[in-house]
Write a protein that binds this ligand. Sequence first.
Ligand SMILES: O=C(O)CCC(=O)C(=O)O
Ligand SMILES: [Fe+2]
Length: 424
Amino acid sequence: MNKETLNTALTFFQRGRPSCEQFHQSPKLDDLRKTDLTYSQFFRDYLLPNAPCLLSPDFTDGWKCRRQWVKGDGTPDFEHLLNDFGDSIVPVANCDVKEYNANPKHNIPLREYLGYWRQHRERSYSSPQGCLYMKDWHMHRGFPNHGVYSTPDFFQSDWLNEYWDTIKLDDYRFVYMGPKGSWTPFHADVFRSYSWSANICGRKKWLLFSPGQEEYLRDCSGNLVYDAQSPTLQDKNSYPKYSQCCQPIEVVQEAGEVIFIPSGWHHQVYNLEDTISINHNWLNGCNIDIMWSFLQGELRAVQGEIDEWKDHMEDWHQHCQLLLKSCTGINYSEFYTFLNIISKSRMAILDASSEDTANVKNIYPRELSALGPCHSVFDLHRSEDVLTSLLSNEDFRKLDTDLLHPRPEDMLHKIREVLSATPL
Ligand SMILES: O=C(O)CCC(=O)C(=O)O
Ligand SMILES: [Fe+2]
């Protein structure tokens, strides 16, 4: 990140986020497609305004999986996948069955899934088992040295995977594989993170709804629709607000292309052909405020659910945090730990780069040091903002923050000290 982009970004957040109205007129597909793009352009034109875009296959040309996993005719190379990953246990969803607002999943060896997929093709895309979609396979976690793809620079500022890698618990890097006709129902991503998704082979159709549009896709009880193209939406008694919904942005993503899905955009996805993709969920300084608002909304929902117990339970607030963790995967004190780990890393990068630039490269992975010291300054500013909001949040203050190390006030003080001592 250069100084000019840093200044643009800091001014952007000082002014506050503009509304999403600009997205209600669908942009032309060709306006979304990008061939030449620098990191600063991507940051300014897509990350800051939280706008979708589609990167050309040039950005994935060098990936080994685009040759190894795909046959000359553009279809998946089953033999190769079987050979390299046949024994891996993978999650498989049944697209024909609705369970709550998703599809039920079970785990099987990839070998078995590939056998199913081959047969499904031979039977003209119909099977007694239904349409099965292998999704959310943590291939990178199982094979960290695979080297079959590398995260494009645009998506390198990724606090989410950096945090989970640091605490060695999980990651949000996935492989998806499915036959023509497999699909993913209407949803927004975990923690309202971004996603990026690269087609290794095949094509996907994406329906993208800008933030807020989902309110028109709720039924009378407030539940989101399962299928955003379902005819039941026309029924005014069931979906009274549907007529106010704008047309979604429709994007057809070709083989090799990479789509960027902004934070909090609901979407629905169809595999138009047999398709393999790599999908990461990610978060950074540009959408951490969106994650924080999301967590506050989820906590309010949990509090509403068990409101009647408030005066009868001594540890009601702790209990709400427990429920928040089980609904969303994270609670407020973990969110603090997340901010703390990222801030500490950025302070260490700035510390090392003030002494010796070679030092940064030795301590940190290429990806982080390549983003440059301005990025660390930006990240610290964003962390400072969200930490300030967290510290003034009533529900956070009710928790026993003495158990947190370092104490949040001390962390905030340290960040401010480092920022005021950084000559940028
Ligand atoms: O490719 C799919 O089926 C779904 C992908 C998705 O929802 C995402 O990348 O956020
Ligand atoms: Fe998604």
